[in-house]
Write a protein that binds this ligand. Structure first.
Ligand code: 0PR
Length: 353
């Protein structure tokens, strides 16, 4: 029987997934048949999950982290809103978020029956705090900010947004699904250490270099996590807070292994290398006359004419565009300087005609 070729990563420039760390891959394989959804039966993987949560707590400045390893950022975001909804119990709840919010919020609003109030971003693609302040009201259950936006890699003013949320009696959620393993090495104010944020999404299967699926959901207070729990009468453990029932033990064990291996030095080195790659790539694009957005995190967006974009895709480059049409290049751990050079060489050939 012929086996399908595995993903070749050298031309993948738009994904937020990457090659897992070898230790993560090995741990995943060992835990393939375990189910952290039944921790009393699968005790070894339950211990791995504790370990992963402790690491996530260190990374995000949370001394006593409550939460779990989810299937990804989508589940984590849905669950953060669900927890707020269950806790606050408003008859007409709304969630306020900047337009840079990931599309998983649309799904969350739809499944949970809450109104999603999208507000504009400022000239630098960050949540406009005045617009957020105007949008919140007595029915706001949660305000969300993004720490590392999907399209431009921007960080919202999290401390200010947290004040606005709490003044309105709402919870504050930070979506650091992509940025969470990068931001500890920057000056940004994004974490539990910088503001009394209530919940956070931070995905080991993105910059954390775990295998898919491994998302992270964290809560400052146990009470908020408990708002998600349902009774599990025939299991030995009494309740379950996750959205899915059976979960991937491979994802959980790989997340724990990746963080044991890489936090903090490995992640710091990756960040420094990839930020340098992003800055270099940005300068190269600007030198060629392209209108590019200065990278704050390792993600470069630039205006590229449609024919160039299409030709690059035809050459096998895996690239994507923002909603407003810019090329997005996400400098994930697998993206090398060599590969960016090859991309620019192809772009130059195409532009020359
Ligand atoms: N929050 C943020 C800020 C994200 O960027 C994403 C995904 C999510 C939440 C949702 O995470 P999950 O996809 O784990 O549920 N951002 C990427 C995107 O939409 C996801 C992605 C990943 C897309 C790999 C393509 C790809 O090859 O662009």
């Amino acid at each position: 029987m012929q086996r399908a070729a595995p993903q070749q990563f050298d031309r993948v420039l738009s994904s937020m997934c990457t090659k897992p760390h070898p230790a993560a891959r090995e741990a995943a394989e060992r835990f393939l048949a375990t189910n952290p959804g039944d921790p009393a039966t699968y005790q070894a993987v339950a211990a791995q999950e504790e370990d992963a949560l402790a690491s996530l707590g260190e990374i995000t400045g949370l001394d006593e982290p409550h939460g779990y390893i989810a299937s990804g950022g989508t589940e984590a975001n849905i669950q953060a809103i669900r927890a707020a909804r269950n806790l606050v119990r408003d008859d007409n709840p709304n969630v306020v978020a900047p337009e840079s919010i990931h599309f998983s919020f649309q799904k969350a609003a739809d499944v949970l029956g809450v109104e999603l109030r999208i507000v504009p971003v400022d000239g630098d693609y960050r949540a406009d705090t005045e617009a957020v302040r105007e949008a919140v009201d007595d029915h706001t259950i949660l305000v969300a900010g993004v720490a590392g936006t999907t399209e431009f890699g921007r960080v919202d003013p999290i401390p200010e947004l947290t004040d606005i949320a709490h003044d309105a009696g709402a919870l504050m959620h930070v979506d650091a699904a992509w940025g969470g393993f990068i931001l500890p090495f920057t000056d940004h104010e994004w974490s539990f250490a910088h503001a009394p944020v209530d919940s956070m999404t931070i995905d080991p299967h993105k910059y954390g270099q775990a295998v898919v699926p491994a998302g992270g959901l964290l809560f400052r207070n146990k009470e908020v996590l408990d708002a998600l729990a349902v009774d599990t009468p025939y299991l030995e453990s009494a309740s379950q807070a996750s959205l899915t029932g059976t979960r991937s033990g491979a994802g959980v064990a790989s997340a724990a292994a990746a963080m044991r291996e890489l936090w903090p030095d490995g992640y710091r080195e990756t960040y420094e290398r990839q930020q340098a790659n992003a800055n270099w790539f940005y300068n190269e694009l600007v030198a060629r006359g392209y209108d590019a957005v200065e990278p704050e995190l390792p993600l470069v967006a630039a205006r590229l004419p449609e024919p160039e974009f299409d030709s690059l895709r035809d050459l096998g480059w895996r690239i994507s565009r923002t909603a407003s049409g810019e090329l997005r290049v996400v400098c994930m751990p697998h993206v090398t300087r060599e590969s960016l050079r090859a991309f620019l060489a192809d772009l130059d050939d195409i532009a020359r005609g």
